[in-house]
Design a protein around this ligand. Structure first.
Ligand SMILES: [Zn+2]
Length: 169
């Protein structure tokens, strides 16, 4: 079992800590207040993999990054999915960035469909968001309006593949 110390060692400046949501079920929460746009954790340096897994993050059509096979476990092991996320992965920098100001102790959530075209293991979601997908299967399975709603935080290659135009100011 990974400890908060393992996380700190892998990402010394990350304002994330592990929380136990229910017995044996973990998440990642802020260890201090975080401003919108701040980097919560970086996946730079984590090994790439051609094959996806339950614990990989997709950064290109056939490119995934993996943290579970390293000796230094990353905080991403604990970042849960939320259909209305408060953070996103910028695949150009591999930084997880806060989408809004976060309070101390707030659980950090990523929308897995923003990076994963098709999950290895789809799952039922009960994130309590009014926009909850119910079944989380991956970007390609979202309805057109759901894809549109995600376009600002979706990986550019997915945006391009599915013909979404980002509103770049
Ligand atoms: Zn949900």
């Amino acid at each position: 079992m990974k400890s908060p110390e393992d996380i700190a060692a892998a990402n010394p400046s990350s304002p994330l800590r592990r929380i136990e949501l229910s017995p044996g079920v973990f998440g990642a929460a802020t260890s201090r207040r975080v401003a919108r746009g701040e980097v919560l954790v970086s996946f730079q340096g984590f090994p790439p993999a051609a094959e996806k897994s339950r614990y990989s993050i997709q950064i290109a059509p056939r490119l995934h990054i993996v943290t579970r096979e390293t000796s230094n476990y990353g905080p991403d092991d604990f970042i849960n999915h939320g259909c209305s996320p408060n953070a996103f992965l910028d695949v150009s920098t591999l930084n997880v960035v806060a989408l809004r100001d976060l309070e101390y102790g707030e659980e950090v959530l990523l929308n897995y469909c923003a990076t994963e075209e098709e999950l290895v293991e789809p799952f039922r979601c009960d994130c309590q968001s009014p926009d909850c997908y119910g079944e989380v299967k991956g970007f390609r399975f979202l309805s057109r309006p759901e894809k549109e709603a995600l376009k600002e935080i979706t990986s550019p290659w997915l945006r391009e593949k599915y013909g979404l135009k980002a509103d770049i100011a």
